[in-house]
Design a protein around this ligand. Structure first.
Ligand code: AMP
Length: 433
């Protein structure tokens, strides 16, 4: 058995199979999806019983706002075992030209080997190259940019780094990861995100902060109030750039970048590449190195299946039956609207489940508290909207349930990426009405 190596595909740039998610040692065999994609034997019934495959309803749209997604794309059963190559990183963390304190912090965090994105990008970032990283969440991309940027600050404590991300949750997550790396190093950071007191952020910005991590709208606001001066930032990270574009932040992104020094160091991460994304790359990066570790849309660690709502049976009762099963220990349920999500979480509470919700109608502290309760295992169920759950890194989510269909296949990929993280296995179930 190979230990402590990431799996790798045969492709250059550390391309890896979906099974090559990191998280330490992996066994020499893995699973691949069966031909279930072609509807073979698919479908959960309420209570977890298998049903016949969903009838393809050609041309049907998810709803008035969404695009049609063929139900077969919600099925990917992990049934067949096959041998896959093992990713052997080119580098060990000890090979990187980084401060001993940083190396120690990596050991303390329990990272044994660089993940593919870390293996491929860290040497370039350490050399100061602009970089485009095409990677999904869960690949270790946060540490891929944090490690070399912390090194920059350790070399020159006057370095200021701006990290722009689409959601406050992601900003808080990156800040938390940063703080675990820089303990005792006198490196400071501030999170500048909407939905939280701007007064506190203004106060925090009066002190020295090497890292400012924020969402585009709030950052722009603080720049307009002259609390942040983009000229002082020589390094910039745009994380989940495609999400920021989707969420309509392009003007803020352009505006902030145009105020920054031209000779800055820019790192650009995105799960997807589109014409618009390429345009931004062309505008804002200088001869970037491109690294892609994205090989499959959905992780092969996630077993995907559908739950066909049986005519005459109540969808809520079917959900209830599933949630009562023993292995549904930490379940993330997705709904489409803030109102629907809140209603479902209240209904589940009334049924005796421990449930919480996160959506845009909840203020920041309520969302954080719901998230904490879920992360710490005090509640079994978190009901969420797509936007609220984007980019969340929650350990050991056993199941993602799409109680309502996602608007797009991309949203689906994001949803189910909340389970099966690292080398863990997860299950995703999608209700088909
Ligand atoms: P990210 O893609 O940055 O959201 O990272 C996903 C998860 O992987 C986080 O919980 C990280 O703490 C963890 N992680 C990042 N790098 C490594 C590594 N080299 N080894 C093990 N776990 C890691």
């Amino acid at each position: 058995m190979q230990t402590n190596h990431f799996r790798s595909g045969s492709k250059p740039h550390g391309s890896s199979s979906g099974a090559s998610r990191f998280g330490g040692p992996r066994h020499a065999s893995s699973h691949r999806p069966s031909t279930g994609r072609s509807f073979g034997g698919g479908g959960y019934k309420g209570g977890g019983h298998r049903s016949s495959r969903p009838a393809p309803s050609r041309g049907r749209r998810n709803n008035s706002m969404g695009s049609y997604i063929d139900p077969s794309r919600f099925i990917n059963k992990v049934t067949v075992t096959e041998e896959v190559a093992v990713f052997v990183p080119e580098h060990q963390f000890t090979d990187f030209q980084i401060d001993e304190r940083l190396k120690k912090a990596i050991v303390t965090k329990g990272y044994k080997n660089p993940s593919p994105i870390q293996d491929k990008t860290i040497p370039h970032i350490l050399k100061g190259a602009d970089l485009v990283g095409i990677a999904n969440t869960g690949t270790g991309k946060t540490a891929a940019f944090l490690i070399p940027l912390i090194q920059k600050v350790l070399k020159d404590p006057k370095e200021n780094i701006l990290v722009i991300v689409p959601t406050r949750e992601l900003a808080i997550q990156i800040d938390a990861e940063l703080k675990t790396f820089v303990r005792g190093m006198s490196i400071f950071s501030v999170c500048c995100v909407g939905g939280m007191s701007i007064g506190r952020q203004i106060s925090a910005l009066k002190y020295r902060n090497n890292f400012v991590i924020g969402t585009p709208g709030r950052l722009k606001d603080l720049i307009d109030r002259k609390m942040i001066n983009p000229v002082n930032f020589k390094s910039l990270v745009l994380d989940e750039a495609d999400r920021m574009l989707d969420m309509g932040f392009v003007n803020e992104m352009r505006s902030i970048m145009s105020m920054m020094p031209k000779d800055r160091h820019t790192l650009f991460f995105s799960a997807t590449l589109s014409t618009e994304i390429e345009r931004l790359i062309g505008e804002f990066l200088k001869a970037p190195v491109r690294i892609s570790v994205k090989t499959s849309e959905t992780s092969k660690n996630v077993e995907q299946d559908v739950v066909k709502v049986i005519p005459g049976k109540n969808k809520l009762d079917m959900l209830h039956d599933l949630l009562n099963q023993k292995d549904f220990s930490r379940v993330l349920i997705f709904g489409r609207t803030k109102h629907g999500v809140e209603k479902l979480s209240q209904t589940l509470l009334a049924k005796g489940f421990k449930a919480e919700s996160i959506h845009g109608n909840k203020n920041h502290s309520k969302r954080q508290s719901a998230l904490r309760l879920f992360k710490e295992g005090n509640v079994q169920i978190l009901v969420a909207t797509d936007v609220a759950a984007r980019g969340l890194d929650i350990a050991d989510v056993s199941h993602v349930i799409n109680y309502e269909l996602p608007a797009t296949y991309e949203d689906y990929v994001h949803r189910i990426g909340r389970t099966g993280r690292g080398s863990k296995k997860g299950k995703a179930l999608t209700f088909l009405d």
